[in-house]
Design a protein around this ligand. Structure first.
Ligand SMILES: [Fe+2]
Length: 311
């Protein structure tokens, strides 16, 4: 047993077979927002044999809707559809009326051995289905009920602590995601991901549901961040609005403080104005830790490898 497994709060991630039914998935994992690995969901996809970085760039360069983001490629639903078959549960979820519509629902990630995505949670309360097409990735997860300390107002955990310390006494798990396996990562789950294969390619489907019944500390923070964003972007003083917008525009896209939908999701929680003041002080309360570990940030940013443009 590793140190992490010995810690209070460790749980073994659930595993299901590829033929899992939609209702079972929804009741056990999607509604309660619990992670699960669906084993071998993509084991018989042609992509398992054919995908490489060169192949993907070549194919996507012929797809007018495919785009390059900083760290991944965007695709619309069913792009390169001959190479995989969208699992039934994903198709069923994307077609639900209580999911915000978005055009780019798929991403491809390509990483080399040793690449590390530092502790963070994904913005816009996205649900992520992550299929490991080639290579192998180690995932470390922490529940939104026991959040990781983040940099003020953003969705990245403060760098500088070891993983054992980050996960200590938190509800957490760690596992290897193997080729052909599909991970369901619910909204606001903190994750750190380490690439182990020589070439690691992942295919994601992402979407945001319009309503949740699950309350967590991370959700409270996210709602308060949203209301602060609304407050600052519509502030009565123009210099406050400008300062907020300029600061936000100057940080990388994956850190940007912006909700992409016209309404926030419906939740059991209702932030009040005084909570926003408390939130601001809470966020600034970690500055001492940020300063103590400030030397960890630049090397991490320098190590990020943007994806290559199409041919
Ligand atoms: Fe992520």
């Amino acid at each position: 047993m590793t140190l992490a497994e010995n810690n209070h709060g460790y749980f073994e991630i659930a595993r299901e077979k590829a033929n899992i039914g939609f209702e079972h998935f929804r009741r056990q994992y999607f509604d309660p927002e619990q992670p699960v690995i669906i084993e071998n969901a993509g084991a018989d996809w042609p992509a398992i044999k054919s995908w490489s970085e060169a192949y993907i760039r070549e194919r996507l360069s012929k797809e007018p809707s495919a785009k390059t983001a900083s760290l991944w490629y965007w695709m619309q639903r069913d792009t390169l559809r001959d190479d995989y078959s969208t699992p039934l549960i994903i198709n069923s979820l994307l077609d639900l009326p209580d999911v915000f519509p978005r055009s780019d629902v798929m991403r491809i990630w390509i990483h080399c051995k040793g690449n590390v995505s530092s502790w963070h949670y994904d913005a816009n309360l996205v649900n992520v289905f992550n299929a490991q097409v080639s290579g192998q990735k180690e995932w470390l997860l922490v529940s939104p009920q026991t959040p990781v300390d983040c940099y003020p107002f953003i969705n990245f955990g403060i760098m500088g602590y070891g993983d054992e310390k980050t996960m200590r006494n938190k509800i957490h798990t760690r596992f290897m995601l193997n080729q052909g396996d599909l991970l369901y990562l619910p909204p606001l789950w903190f994750h750190k991901v380490i690439s182990h294969g020589d070439e690691n390619i992942s295919l994601n489907w992402i979407f945001t549901k319009k309503e949740t019944s699950i309350s967590s500390k991370a959700l409270v923070r996210e709602l308060e961040r949203y209301h602060l964003q609304q407050y600052l972007s519509m502030h009565r003083f123009k210099w406050v609005r400008n300062l907020f917008e300029k600061t936000n525009a100057n940080i990388p896209g994956y850190l940007r403080w912006k909700w992409r939908y016209p309404e926030m999701i419906k939740t059991p929680l209702k932030p009040r104005r005084f909570q926003l003041t408390r939130r601001t002080f809470n966020e600034l309360g970690v500055l001492a830790k940020v300063i103590r570990h400030a030397n960890k940030i630049q090397p991490y940013i320098d190590g990020l490898k943007p994806v290559k443009k199409f041919k």
